[in-house]
Design a protein around this ligand. Sequence first.
Ligand SMILES: Cc1cc2nc3c(=O)[nH]c(=O)nc-3n(C[C@H](O)[C@H](O)[C@H](O)COP(=O)(O)O)c2cc1C
Ligand code: SF4
Length: 433
Amino acid sequence: MTYDPVLLANIDKKDSHTLPVYQSGGGYRGLRRALEDMSPADVVELVKQSGLRGRGGAGFPTGAKWSFLPKNHPGPVYFCVNADESEPGTFVNRVQMELDPHQVLEGTIISCYATGASTAYIYLRHEYPLARRRMQAAVGECYAAGLLGENILGGGFSLDVHIHVGAGAYVCGEETGLIESIEGRRAWPRIKPPYPAVEGLFRKPTVVNNVETLACVKQIVDRGADWFRSMGTPPDPNDPRDPGSFGPKLFGLSGHVNRPGCYEAPLGITVRRLIDEYGGGVWKGRRAKAAIVGGLSTGLVTEAEFDTPLDFSAPIRAGCLGLGTGGVIVLDETYSMIDFLHNSCRFFAHESCGQCTPCREGTQWALEMLERIRAGRGRLRDLDLLREIGETIGIMPGTTICGLADGAAWPIKTALGKFREEFEGYVKEPTTV
Ligand SMILES: Cc1cc2nc3c(=O)[nH]c(=O)nc-3n(C[C@H](O)[C@H](O)[C@H](O)COP(=O)(O)O)c2cc1C
Ligand code: SF4
């Protein structure tokens, strides 16, 4: 491990969450430089050049997303910081907000300057009380120091930041569900288009970005686009749609591993290196059976696929949804795939908001079948029915409004696709696993 963390560089300092400690390490110098020496368009261009892709799950290019805002809009433009972080296996945003809230805020202020947003909402999940207190205190410190409010640092730019505590559902993290929730309604995702950049919060142009994405923006303004592009995976020459995967990434490593935790590494580190070098290997001297690559919704790679690089493309080639949030969950050789899939189906059936029939019914059917299989009453044809559900629910097959249903489908598709024998064995002889 020769990589020196950047996003996590401050977290071991005493009182790392306070403004004086953050500033003693050079904090807010990047903001000052951006306000003094760069136009908003310069910041957008810099972020585009860096190749930054959103860290919230979909990997959408951040600079391109900002460019979708209508030009010369009379305003207001809103900015939403997605700190809902409810994907199972994902906890890196919590670490950032608890231990380095000013890095997140500096990235937010710079991003609002770039996009012309005058108000930012930090949508923070209810279950993160320490993160909430630290973010709120950091916002207070910024107002007192002239880093928020009217005429920030005398540069003519003004911004208000509000913390909005989430209502406690996974779907609140879906960007239009989040917007509905801030507006005071149930977090039912909206049909798109229109996309938030055109019609978002309070029907005004809106940007939604993840906490880690914004921390990356701060680092890009400090260190430059070339620094950011110096690490990661270049575009695949055989795939004209692959813009590459650049920069540092936070990985939440959990499950059956000796040292679970939040680790920073360049994009492209393999699943195996993350588990062995950062996580100290599989626990109890056991072998791994599989791992979730990037939060539950992305699905599984088998132990034989652990040399898969954790970038935005390789997990797709390994049969998964994508890199997702980078939440890697290790499953050891003793863990039952039936239990894994049962847990997964319980989660998604519980979290479906119910608007779309394929998601509302499909996640429930899948759960009922898993319950039946687990109780020893499964039929072989249930496995095919499960596959069928996995292949037909979701925004990608075009049957649902949001990606929650796709997230429910990938654990089903990968578990059944890669561990079919175990499922068949259990159906035929329920006590053997
Ligand atoms: C069901 C569901 C839950 C989501 N939860 C989150 C979340 O907690 N945090 C997040 O940043 N993105 C989440 N997303 C992705 C957001 O819709 C959105 O793509 C993201 O916030 C954009 O930020 P980025 O471009 O910086 O990645 C979720 C998506 C879906 C479909
Ligand atoms: S896919 Fe599921 S969670 Fe998303 S809007 Fe439809 S019912 Fe709700």
